[in-house]
Design a protein around this ligand. Structure first.
Ligand code: ARG
Length: 381
């Protein structure tokens, strides 16, 4: 519909682009609709591998959960989609680009940031911000101009890709209302699950490479995990999120693979890293995650953080065994780089500090705190 509107309003020739980041769409149908609405050319870009090995891989290595909950699916895909649109615009010699974001969401920020970074000369047109139509008048507009109306399968606002499915709007906007079951598509409710699922996930340098011994590329691995884990009742997120634009919204997601991989990855990191590394990386991870969520993909700090995240992940090799049964439980973990020693931890016959060593350690370790404690009690210096 935007196609028709753009042609009328700007007397423009319109080239449409669909960037495939793993969303569950009928791409032929989209192309048919584009031409029916008056596009002079339609371009399909398969960016699934680039999405998986680029932003998604980094999100796994960074344990990216916005506000401890949302694995960033939508946010990760937007800069890449915009980048692909710029490539097409350049090839086709366009002087403007258009996208369908409204003025209330985060995605307008993410799209425009990338467009402004990569193609400051291109005019950005955002029809949904200009045309002032609500849903009913949009349908009326489409009817009037003989534009085929897409089958909308859901009454909610959905955005999906390889990593996650975002669900917004309608009755979900009431943060106290339970999310209706028909909002979900990738996951079954935990109470429907009979058998636990046990998976062994193998990681190499921070990225998952095999499940139960079977090696897979990242696109296949994530797709597979989304199916099997979702079928076992795990992968839903429901929280109230602080948007970039100044208000909170209730957000629901399905992301079985992302939640499983992040949980397993974080567990493996913990057996490998020193306490200082573990604690410091959390801050780095969270900063990276916030920056991506906020649509600041081209903020130079992102790449600087990624150098560290990547470098620290070179030790994150090993396997994690998890059980999915409603929730997710880690059953075990192993890594050739584990800084874990059974000899040190063993209560029976393992290493023990001598009494003198232990007392000396405790005395000096507690000295700062106990000195201050005594001073404030007025006891002594
Ligand atoms: N709140 C999420 C984000 O900002 C998801 C937005 C998804 N968009 C949608 N139309 N459902 O990344």
């Amino acid at each position: 519909m935007a196609i028709h509107w753009l042609r009328e309003r700007f007397n423009a020739e319109v080239i449409t682009v669909t960037v495939d980041v793993g969303q569950d769409d009928d791409f032929e149908e989209i192309e048919r609709r584009a031409y029916a609405a008056g596009a002079s050319k339609h371009v399909y870009v398969d960016a699934k591998r680039e999405f998986a090995y680029g932003p998604v891989a980094m999100a796994i290595m960074a344990n990216a959960l916005y506000e401890d909950k949302y694995p960033l699916g939508t946010a990760l895909a937007r800069p890449l989609i915009a980048e692909k649109v710029v490539e097409v615009a350049r090839r086709e010699g366009c002087d403007a680009v258009a996208h369908g974001s409204t003025s209330k969401g985060n995605d307008q920020v993410r799209f425009n940031e990338t467009l402004m970074a990569l193609a400051p000369d291109l005019v950005i047109i955002e029809p949904a911000k200009i045309w002032g139509m609500d849903r009913a008048s949009e349908i009326e507009y489409a009817r009037r101009h003989g534009i085929p109306i897409p089958n909308i399968h859901s009454r909610f606002s959905i955005d999906d890709n390889l990593l996650s499915r975002s669900i917004e709007g309608r009755e979900i906007d009431d943060p106290m209302a339970e999310v209706p079951e028909d909002a979900f598509k990738w996951t079954v409710p935990p109470e429907k699950v009979r058998e636990p699922l046990i998976l062994e996930i193998e990681f190499k340098e921070g990225l998952p490479v095999a499940i139960n011994g079977e090696r897979m590329d990242l696109v296949t691995l994530i797709t597979t995990l989304n199916k099997v884990v979702g079928m076992h009742g795990f992968g839903r997120v429901d929280h109230v999120e602080n948007r970039v634009v100044g208000f909170k919204s209730r957000e629901v997601y399905e992301a079985p693979a992302a939640l499983t991989l992040i949980e397993a990855h974080r567990d493996l990191e913990k057996i490998v890293y020193t306490p200082l590394e573990y604690r410091f990386k959390k801050i780095v991870d969270q900063t990276w995650t916030d920056l991506v969520y906020q649509g600041l993909w081209h903020e130079p700090l992102r790449e600087e953080l990624e150098l560290l995240i990547r470098s620290m992940n070179k030790w994150v090799t090993g396997s994690v065994r998890v059980k999915v049964f409603g929730g997710l439980t880690v059953l075990g973990r192993v890594s050739p780089y584990a800084s874990y020693s059974r000899e040190l931890v063993d209560y029976v016959g393992g290493w023990y500090p001598s009494e003198e060593e232990a007392r000396g350690f405790i005395k000096i370790h507690t000295m700062h705190s106990l000195t201050a404690f005594r001073v404030r009690r007025g006891v002594s210096k």
